[in-house]
Design a protein around this ligand. Structure first.
Ligand code: ADP
Length: 432
């Protein structure tokens, strides 16, 4: 399906149930326009004669159920039409979930809770986006639960979160993130602290269930849970934990038969485990590419996304005005643990951090935890911090140990809304 070049760009005629896949070259932008017919990008419909712009490195599929003509302007790395897509299977999956919602409505039950799993780069996030957009287009109010701490679609990396979906994803920008519920994890792989990861999964499940009790639409809408690509060992155990914490009804396994068989064996029999193929369009991303995406996500948090520019603030914070913690003490051999203490306790321990030069460039989460009771011997307060959502993020841009102050980049002007800060392994170098 090579396109023909016209004045503005390259035209592509797509037959029904085919998709145009393209990748934007580094440092370039590509404009997409629907000239005739109907088409969608990952479940969101395109408007005719509107120009959609995609930034460097974007990997996009324009799918049509009925047939269409589109044009592309700008430098693409690749652009080709494929007839071989699993979209029909994904649509059938959506239809089955919608039936479950209808049944939930009739029987005064709750709607489907769906976990999407598979190794990295099989299109998990894309399938989540598709299912959520299709559901919301039918008037449902599903919840996206984002457990991928490496590539979060909702907040900055190193977090887990939940977001009520009220409209389809924007073609260019994805889901609008008005008021997500975000928890601090602190690193880009669950393996850094699997106890904490599982605990946060349980926290999100609890909050979601509470919401379902008071909000019928949320309950019927159910949730779509996006997970990490780490599917072995503790990563696998984390998936099993998630399934039980959320009491999931459906597990969609992308591309890996072994994982599918393991989950069928280990999950209760009433959980429907479904194996789905991955799309041939999903592109494998290099480590560097993932790092760039993470960086970009943090930059967006502070500086906004194209259309909406934000102007972050820089100001000094006195060490004495904040309490900085790292979650999890380095693990020590069981034989060396103090009597009555388990490895769990060390992984969930709040370790006070003395600010120093090495804090520079680290991302810090500002915890919503109330400031009182967070002293070094805060007891109950300490538990509260782990389970408290975060209200925002700052980046340390410099540290002056002499003056006992650090300069931070913050989305809002001083003062900080709260004074309990949690340090991430993740660094962001602000080049602006
Ligand atoms: P995962 O969540 O499993 O890591 P993603 O859903 O993030 O995978 O997909 C990886 C990349 O592939 C993303 O950049 C996404 O935009 C792209 N992609 C997904 N499906 C297609 C497709 N059918 N054609 C082209 N690119 C796609």
């Amino acid at each position: 399906g090579a396109g023909s070049s016209t004045g503005g760009g390259v035209r592509f005629e797509l037959e029904k149930e085919t998709e145009l896949r393209f990748e934007v070259e580094a440092g370039e932008r590509v404009q997409l326009e629907l000239l005739s017919g109907l088409a969608e990008v990952f479940g969101s419909e395109l408007n005719r004669n509107k120009k959609y712009t995609f930034g460097p490195g974007s990997k996009i599929a324009v799918f049509t159920w009925q047939g269409c003509t589109v044009s592309l302007t700008g430098k693409t790395e690749v652009a080709y039409v494929s007839r071989d897509t699993p979209m029909l299977l994904y649509l059938n999956t959506h239809a089955a979930l919608e039936q479950m919602r209808q049944q939930a409505e009739r029987d005064n039950e709750r709607g489907p809770r769906v976990m999407v799993v598979g190794p990295t780069d099989v299109g998990k996030s894309t399938v989540c986006r598709l299912l959520l957009s299709y559901a919301v287009r039918l008037g449902r109010r599903p919840t996206l639960v984002e457990l991928d701490v490496g590539q979060s679609g909702v907040s900055v990396p190193g977090t887990v979160s939940a977001l009520c979906i009220e409209r389809p994803a924007d073609v260019e920008e994805g889901f609008s993130v008005q008021a997500p519920l975000v928890y601090h994890f602190g690193s880009t792989t669950p393996g850094t602290n699997i106890k904490l990861y599982n605990k946060l999964t349980s926290c999100l499940a609890e909050v979601f269930s509470q919401r379902c009790e008071v909000n019928r639409r949320a309950s019927v809408g159910g949730c779509i849970i996006n997970t990490c690509g780490w599917v072995k060992g503790s990563g696998y155990q984390a998936l099993v934990h998630c399934a039980s914490a959320f009491e999931v009804d459906v597990v969609l396994v992308l591309d890996q038969e072994r994982l599918y068989n393991e989950l069928k064996r280990d999950l209760p029999h009433f959980v429907r485990v479904v194996l789905l193929p991955k799309s041939g369009g999903v592109v494998e991303r290099s480590k560097a590419c993932r790092r760039d995406t993470r960086d970009e996500k943090i930059r967006e948090y502070f500086y906004g996304f194209r259309g909406a520019s934000f102007y972050p603030h820089a100001f000094d914070v006195r060490f004495s005005d904040v309490r900085i913690y790292k979650i999890g003490a380095p693990s020590i051999p069981d034989s060396c643990l103090p009597l009555g203490m388990s490895q769990d306790d060390t992984q969930l321990k709040l370790v006070p951090v003395t600010p120093g030069r090495d804090l520079t460039h680290h991302v810090l989460s500002v915890s919503c935890a109330e400031d009182e009771g967070t002293g070094p011997e805060g007891g109950a307060g300490r538990r509260g911090i782990l389970e408290s959502p975060v209200c925002g993020f700052i980046v340390v841009t410099s540290v002056d140990t002499q003056a006992q102050v650090m300069t931070v980049l913050s989305p809002a002007p001083r003062p900080l809304p709260r004074h309990t800060l949690l340090i991430m392994d993740i660094r962001f170098i602000d080049l602006k």
